[in-house]
Design a protein around this ligand. Structure first.
Ligand SMILES: Cc1cc2nc3c(=O)[nH]c(=O)nc-3n(C[C@H](O)[C@H](O)[C@H](O)COP(=O)(O)O)c2cc1C
Length: 360
């Protein structure tokens, strides 16, 4: 089974749902000795299989290349009252009507069919399978293990990490508050009060004391020096999302890439307006307009804003896209993924040599 020591560079390109992880990006990272990842949260089984096969065909020439597939754990949301549903739809449509578009209340079922989504995984057998927002069933972990697939789960706290260790997973993705995209908290947290909001360093150092599973560091890691630093705090590898968003092969929208590279005076903010779950990204008009408005639970709100987000990408309108980024987005460097991987590798080797010299 896959082990992180198999990687020639201890870097995982983060799974990022929504078309960002193109097969070219995933294969580029893996072919360079890291772990390329697909975020398949909202994909159909057909698209999952096609993406994996496309990446495999780009990885054929490099036999030791590895692949990682990631899914969300969707819980059936507690159905909001019809008054809340009406209020949320009215609030959203008030924002959308000046743009000439409108939203509808989604049809049931609100959550995708996990069993069907995992079918292509059992056929294609990526080396690594991971989950965000909670624990998969025992059956899923057992099935993965029987096929030689390593299983990981995101944690944002010690309590979640103990649950992950207890269920028999193989590694933990330790998500600090610096991380871009959705917080991986297990519980839906409408008021944002359950989340302990720990920094990556504090969380890693705490988990190192209590957890025996390999820890993967995620949140605000943008260069090779920072990869080396999280290894000193106890991680076996670094999972980097934002750093790969501006790679040439990334499927992030042109507006997303443009703002990451040009809006360095801004700070990333947390919002639940797009999806109903807290996520970190660049501020825009939609987030401002939705403050104090009714927001439905994940993933109902996410489905309800989907047509707006699609329209915004098609019309290159950054104010109505979810522009997820981590807090260190200003350190992003745009270049082909192959060049980014060799730069990260060199920086990592240089700073590891330096820190070894300091300790010897
Ligand atoms: C655009 C974007 C989309 C993301 N989508 C996912 C996802 O589908 N699954 C997941 O486990 N994590 C997702 N994340 C979170 C990453 O796994 C990781 O925690 C985060 O990128 C680390 O912080 P950084 O962006 O500062 O590197 C996403 C992050 C970003 C920036």
């Amino acid at each position: 089974m896959f082990q992180f020591s198999d990687l020639s560079i201890p870097i995982i390109q983060a799974p990022m749902a929504g078309g960002i992880n193109s097969p070219e990006l995933v294969a580029g990272v893996s072919n360079a000795g890291g772990l390329g990842s697909f975020g398949f949260a909202y994909s159909t089984p057909e698209k999952i299989q096609a993406d994996i096969q496309a990446a495999k065909s780009l990885m054929n020439a490099v036999p030791q290349s590895r692949m990682h597939a990631n899914f969300f754990i969707f819980e059936d949301p507690v159905l909001p009252t019809s008054a809340d549903c009406d209020a949320a739809l009215k609030d959203l449509n008030e924002v959308l009507s000046p743009l000439g578009i409108s939203a509808e209340f989604p049809k049931q079922p609100f959550i995708p069919n996990m069993e069907a989504m995992l079918e292509p995984i059992w056929i294609e057998r990526p080396d690594v399978l991971s989950f965000h927002f909670g624990l998969p069933s025992h059956g899923v972990i057992e099935k993965a293990h029987s096929l030689g697939i390593t299983v990981g789960i995101t944690a944002t706290s010690l309590d979640e990490s103990l649950q992950i260790q207890g269920i028999g997973a193989d590694f933990i993705v330790v998500q600090g508050i610096e991380a871009g995209g959705h917080r991986g908290t297990f519980k839906l947290d409408q008021s944002n009060s359950i989340d302990q909001k720990k920094s990556l360093k504090d969380l890693l150092l705490e988990l190192k004391e209590h957890i025996s599973l390999p820890l993967i560091a995620a949140g605000g890691i943008m260069n090779g020096q920072e990869v080396s630093r999280v290894m000193q705090w106890g991680a076996v590898a670094a999972q980097m999302g934002t750093a790969f968003l501006v790679a040439n092969e990334s499927g992030a929208s042109p507006a997303h890439k443009r703002l990451i590279l040009n809006h360095h005076e801004e700070k990333a903010v947390f919002t639940k307006s797009f999806s109903g779950r807290w996520a970190q990204g660049l501020n825009n008009q939609f987030i401002e307009q939705m403050k104090d408005k009714t927001v439905l639970p994940f993933p109902i709100q996410n489905t309800m804003t989907a047509s707006m987000r699609r329209w915004a990408v098609e019309s290159d309108q950054s104010d109505y896209q979810s522009l997820w980024v981590g807090q260190a987005f200003a350190k992003s460097r745009a270049m082909p993924v192959k060049d980014l991987m060799s730069l990260l590798h060199q920086e990592y080797l240089d700073s590891s040599t330096l820190s070894n010299q300091r300790t010897s």
